[in-house]
Design a binder for this molecule. Structure first.
Ligand code: NDP
Length: 329
């Protein structure tokens, strides 16, 4: 059956300006790190992308290595675009990245011009795209001169292969140095992709202020701590959860008593607000407008619906914020 996007898709979503740039991003974006590889059901991946778009999620985040196997999430998105969403390409913001291991030998990892150039070309080919909206360097490379990496990102924009540039997992100092190079080059560095959630607040110490001062947007990844900040692990580990599956990144060992104690208390605070824990977790990440978009993952369409409904209540009372701080100690 051919897909037609819902006419109501823009009715409820909030679109936030990405730093000082002209680009707007949905308050909730969808990442294709898990659930979009060749080991996952293609029909489910397809439904997730369709449903996300129908809910106003215009931004889809990828990386060269998402799968498994590496590259397959981009290939599957390419198939979904061809089958369903190609007519809507100008309504979508698609990002990809390079910076982690992708192929053997000295040119398939980190931040050299050699690696990044080849990787973006391969990503475009897998997705069947002429350009990505945002290309990220996925992590800082301590051994390649920052100038080389930044010059390569600048070149990608000049070649028309990326519209905007982002950096991911760059700390405050790395970001500041990158900004000074990219400003001189006139490169549209508009977004920083960083981990941030109720259980992981490292950006608050320094980086967040740098991004605000420099007018760079923030997209928060793993905002639900891979599912821990939902009600799914409150009564054990469900068989269809990430922790019970084959993910290398979350296992039962990560669900500690210490974390569960916090999660139970947070769940009670969420209930008092009339929200699920997932909804409160996302609202909290987006509070005060410092974060442009919360970059979620989802394995089920129902999770997308629940998570987008977080936008119905993004306000926190001082009392609620105090209770949350106490729960996190
Ligand atoms: P989340 O913290 O949002 O976790 C998503 C997972 O939580 C889902 O797959 C699902 O897992 C569970 N979940 C989501 N919503 C609900 C709900 N309402 N109720 C119950 N369970 C729910 O993010 P991810 O860890 O998936 O990461 C999101 C994105 O961030 C990635 O796709 C990627 O784009 C980006 N990222 C970037 C990195 C970087 O270095 N730049 C690193 C990591 C991620 P389940 O299978 O258990 O149902």
């Amino acid at each position: 059956m051919s897909y037609m996007a819902l006419n109501s898709r823009y009715d409820k979503m909030i679109y936030n300006r990405c730093g000082n740039s002209g680009l707007k991003l949905p308050a909730i974006s969808l990442g294709l790190w898990h659930n979009f590889g060749d080991n996952d059901s293609f029909e489910n991946s397809r439904l997730l992308v369709q449903k996300a778009f129908d809910l106003g999620i215009t931004h889809f985040d990828l990386a060269n290595n998402y799968g498994p196997p590496e590259g397959s999430a981009e290939e599957n998105l390419g198939r979904i675009l061809k089958m369903d969403l190609a007519p809507y390409r100008d309504e979508m913001v698609i990002s990809t990245k390079a910076g982690y291991y992708m192929w053997p030998g000295p040119y398939g990892d980190w931040g050299s011009k050699k690696y990044l150039t080849a990787s973006l070309d391969k990503s475009l080919h897998r997705m069947g795209l002429d350009y990505v909206d945002v290309f990220y360097h996925h992590r800082p490379d301590p051994n390649t001169p920052l100038e080389e990496t930044m010059n390569t990102l600048d070149l990608m924009v000049r070649q028309g292969k990326a519209l905007y540039i982002g950096l991911s997992n760059y700390k405050a100092e790395d970001t500041q140095m990158a900004v000074s190079i990219l400003k001189k080059l006139g490169t549209p560095f508009v977004i920083s992709q960083v981990s941030y959630s109720l259980l992981n607040r490292w950006i608050e110490e320094k980086l967040q202020q740098v991004l605000v001062d420099e007018g760079i947007g923030t997209i928060a990844f793993i905002p639900l701590a891979q599912g821990l900040l939902t009600n799914k692990y409150l009564k054990g580990i469900p068989v269809d959860s990430r922790a019970a599956g084959t993910s290398k990144f979350l296992s039962s060992k990560d669900i500690t008593e210490e974390k569960l104690k916090k999660i139970y208390t947070l769940n009670e605070i969420a209930k008092e607000r009339g929200q699920s824990l997932a909804q409160m977790g996302l609202a909290w990440v987006l509070r005060e407008g410092k974060v442009t978009s919360a970059l979620i993952g989802a394995s089920k369409v129902s999770q997308l619906e629940e998570n987008v409904a977080a936008l119905d209540n993004l306000e926190f009372t001082i009392e609620e914020l105090k209770k949350i701080e106490e729960a996190l100690i």
